[in-house]
Design a protein around this ligand. Structure first.
Ligand SMILES: [Zn+2]
Length: 415
């Protein structure tokens, strides 16, 4: 049954206004809500959305015989676009919970790493795990996101740091059947012990791993971590060139711990997103405000690392397009909670609720290059939505509470 009529919707946030403004300078009116709404989908895509008073059964014949339509009673729910979680490291093995105790005792991140902790600890465990183990670990994490209303989910590799394990991680991502998965190759996450300089490892990635990932069709895009002690601006230039010449869209982890100039490089290279941005300068903000590149803010990592938060207000007021994500990973941000991220965005970054709602849907869709498919509930887009039992005004308010009752992806109920 591919023609569906969703009805008995108390209020539906289309985000049409936000989409018209390309996700910038968002105000409450940009949520473009419809009271007593009806939404029609055909083959998983929205074909009509509007107030109940304007819905005509006879018009359904444009898509299929009106008698074939399946009516879905949403029982007075509040409906909004499914969440787009655009930055996660959800595939990994191992456990680093002990590191929080160590950090609390004053042991530095650097000392933890030399004792075999940190990212290389996760690398060790992930290299050891089988593909089936990784896929099964990932599946339960994906389910956790779905239960929170996520209908598009990005997952990065990057805990293998060798060809075998990176490919194993990407295959585990490809195995997930729902929701919409975007897989990102993050071989350039850190320098593995097997290489003595970052540029040697970048060359290995350029000459071997990137072409293999491309050939096997295992990643939608490519990411690199530009940071003191990780990869330099020069490494990044070479790497981005190669990735783009293979046809990969690029995103970057940058300006997190130190300012490297990565954001400006990203804009110049036309990358989809620059992520973290804690250390951006005034001139970076100006450049970002005019760029097509989306700013992905990850306040959960800043919270766990007890760092400053990115200057969200300055970015948004200047006109930059912002997205939010968990950055879920086993070290610097071990939480999958969208509720926590949204709350931090409001409390610590002073974002308004409409800005948070748009950043977590349409803004995030832009960061993945999916703004034409997802992020708002408009004709032609995928029928991906969540049902809330109370208004979206209740979101990102009560810590730990996320009032999503149902998750629908391509007009199928997945939670
Ligand atoms: Zn990250």
């Amino acid at each position: 049954m591919s023609l569906k009529v969703f009805h008995n919707i108390k209020k539906l946030a289309t985000l049409k206004g936000a989409a018209k403004k390309n996700g910038r300078h968002i105000i409450e009116a940009d949520l473009s809500p419809i009271l007593n709404a009806v939404m029609v989908s055909f083959k998983g895509k929205i074909v009509w959305v509007g107030p109940k008073g304007q819905f005509k059964k006879a018009n359904l014949k444009k898509w299929d015989h009106p008698n074939k339509a399946k009516y879905v009673d949403l029982k007075g729910a509040y409906v909004m676009p499914g969440f787009v979680e655009c930055h996660t490291h959800s595939v990994f093995s191992g456990d680093r919970s002990r590191e929080l105790e160590l950090r609390n005792k004053g042991v530095s991140y650097q000392q933890i790493a030399t004792q075999g902790g940190g990212i290389l600890n996760t690398v060790k465990a992930t290299r050891k795990a089988s593909g089936a183990e990784l896929a099964s670990l990932l599946k339960s994490r994906v389910q956790n996101f779905i239960q929170q209303g996520v209908t598009t989910l990005e997952v990065k590799s990057g805990y293998g740091l060798n060809a075998v394990t990176e490919l194993k991680m990407l295959k585990a991502i490809k195995e997930q059947k729902k929701p919409r998965l975007v897989s990102t190759f993050l071989g350039a996450h850190a320098r593995p012990k097997e290489f003595s300089t970052s540029s040697q490892y970048i060359n290995e990635l350029i000459n071997k791993q990137l072409p293999t990932v491309k050939k096997q069709g295992l990643a939608h895009r490519v990411d690199i971590f530009i940071e003191k002690g990780y990869f330099t601006l020069n490494d990044a230039k070479k790497y981005i060139n190669k990735a783009q010449s293979l046809g990969f869209p690029v995103c970057m982890h940058t300006e997190q711990l130190t300012r490297t100039g990565g954001a400006l490089l990203g804009i110049k290279s036309g990358v989809q997103s620059v992520d973290h941005l804690v250390q951006v300068s005034q001139s970076d903000i100006k450049a970002l405000s005019k760029a097509e590149t989306t700013c992905v803010l990850l306040p959960g990592a800043d919270f766990y690392l007890k760092m400053a938060y990115p200057p969200a207000r300055k970015l948004i007021d200047a006109g930059a397009r912002v997205a939010l994500a968990t950055d879920y990973n086993p070290g610097s941000c071990p939480t999958q909670s969208l509720s926590l991220i949204g709350l931090l965005s409001r409390l610590e970054m002073k974002m308004t609720l409409p800005e948070v709602l748009v950043a977590y849907t349409l803004g995030a869709a832009y960061s993945l290059g999916l703004e034409k498919e997802v992020g708002s509930l408009e004709t032609g887009k995928s029928c991906d939505f969540v049902c809330l039992d109370q208004s979206w005004a209740s979101l990102f308010y009560e810590a730990g509470h996320h009032p999503v009752q149902q998750t629908w992806w391509k007009s199928r109920k997945i939670y």
